[in-house]
Ligand binder design. Structure first.
Ligand code: UD1
Length: 420
């Protein structure tokens, strides 16, 4: 088991380059299934999840290799339309490959996807959307069998702007003759990035970033090169870390608009935040104050993937704050661990009421999911004494060597490997 051992109390200072977005790269990798030529993805983030997605491509017949900071993917020999269950169960994003496989082979067999234990995470919207495009779907023995031989372009109305369903339907529509419209689609920056990537290799997608996306079918996409966007959740995590610890930090490779929901909450709270091009400069010289209400929403609202981290900050902020989690029903699980460190939080269904305490105390806590684990690390950075965050494999799914990033900023954190 790998753990983080943290000695709290250091201020953060220095400069950090933000790495590429996991949630942008995953659907882009699924998009590579559409392509019979070579695609190079630059600044490839080698997180556990992105590596699992490369394994999925390989299992379908693709070849890939790392070249410095890029990954080169050759989809010429992709010939399988079935994802092995052991790979699909590792990451939820395996489900995106359904749309791409259907585009390329007009049939697919996948199992239900895995991912973080933050809620039920159904895929009904994905399947309903594909059915609107004429895909026949049957479910047997835990597998989803899709027959796309009669797939046609058309209109898909999403009941909720699901990120994954929007991405899947875009990928399923790239080769459909005529125009496909996705109404009430997600507007997240990762959707825009997927569309921009697909357009860069020959797809015809418009409306990305708005609530209606249109895909004009093309006959083939080409090979190409692409650099995906920086990770807005990692950016936000380190912004919150600095707000909690105090200090003076410059984050490079930041798209300011993508973190504005967080920045607007912190600007008049405890930090001065300024920008120079793609650099965000943050000076935190006051203790954070409570925030009346933080409510998670689809983009451009406050991201659910930063909810645990902001709750961690509010646990040491003067006054009482309310956090409402609207996206995932089990996303407060980390709070029981945070309470072991002295946090005063009451959870009632999707609402957490947080009474700020003057100080958290070091403890041994368990990381049970990706962002909840990150929130515990932030708590450890500011706590009095030593904290061990146990089993950081979930954190590694979305942060590449988080401890090294934080060490660069002056935190006292180490990865300790324990033997069973
Ligand atoms: C993506 C992100 C995840 C982020 C989430 C919301 C990736 C790899 N993951 O997840 O980090 O937290 O967006 O911003 O990009 N839902 C259904 N039926 C469906 C699909 C979704 O009911 O078929 C529900 C979910 O249970 C959830 C809500 O819709 O309550 C949002 O889910 P969705 O936007 O699909 O998130 P993901 O794509 O899973």
């Amino acid at each position: 088991m790998e753990n983080f051992f943290i000695c709290g109390g250091n201020k953060l200072s220095g400069e950090l380059d933000i790495s590429t977005s996991k949630n942008a790269v995953l659907p882009i990798l699924a998009g590579c299934i559409l392509c019979e030529k070579q695609i190079i993805i630059h600044k490839f983030p080698k997180y556990a999840d992105t590596k699992s997605m490369l394994d999925i491509l390989e299992s379908l017949g693709a070849k890939w290799y790392f070249q410095d900071e890029s990954v080169v993917i050759d989809g010429e020999n992709i010939s399988k339309s079935e994802i092995p269950v052991e790979l699909a169960s590792k990451i939820r994003s395996s489900i995106f490959s359904l749309g791409s496989i259907l585009s390329r082979f007009k049939k697919a067999k996948v199992s239900y996807p895995g991912g973080c234990a933050i809620g039920a995470r159904p895929i009904d919207l994905h399947l309903k959307g594909l059915k609107s495009l004429g895909v026949k779907i049957t479910e047997r023995h835990g597998y989803i069998y899709c027959d796309g031989s009669n797939m046609k372009s058309g209109t898909v109305n999403l009941d909720f702007p699901s990120v994954g369903a929007t991405e899947n339907i875009i990928l399923a529509s790239v080769y459909l003759k005529g125009k496909t419209r996705i109404v009430n689609c997600a507007k997240e920056p990762e959707i825009v990035d997927l569309s921009n990537f697909l357009n860069s290799i020959g797809a015809k997608i418009t409306g990305q970033g708005t609530s209606i996306i249109e895909i004009e079918g093309v006959q083939k996409v080409d090979g190409g090169e692409y650099t995906p966007i920086a990770d807005r959740i990692i950016t936000g995590t380190y912004i919150i870390a600095t707000a909690m610890c105090g200090g003076n930090v410059q984050l490079n490779n930041v798209n300011i608009e993508n973190v504005s929901a967080l920045v607007s909450k912190l600007k008049n709270n405890c930090c001065k935040i300024t920008y120079k091009g793609d650099k965000l400069i943050l000076v935190a010289d006051k203790k954070p104050k409570s925030i009346a209400k933080v409510e998670t929403m689809p983009f451009p609202g406050f991201p659910t993937d930063l909810q645990p981290q902001i709750t961690s900050m509010l646990s040491i902020s003067k006054g009482t704050s309310v956090v409402v989690e609207n996206m995932f029903e089990s996303r407060f699980k980390y709070i029981s661990e945070l309470k072991k460190m002295g946090a005063d939080i009451i959870v009632n269904d999707k609402t957490a009421i947080i009474k700020g305490v003057p100080q958290l105390y070091g403890a041994t806590v368990m990381s049970n999911d990706l962002r909840g684990g990150a929130a515990l690390v932030l708590a450890g950075l500011v706590a009095n004494g030593y904290t061990t965050v146990c089993d950081v494999k979930h954190i590694d799914r979305g942060y590449y060597k988080m401890e090294e990033d934080l060490q660069k900023l002056g935190a006292n954190i180490e990865r300790i490997i324990t033997k069973a």
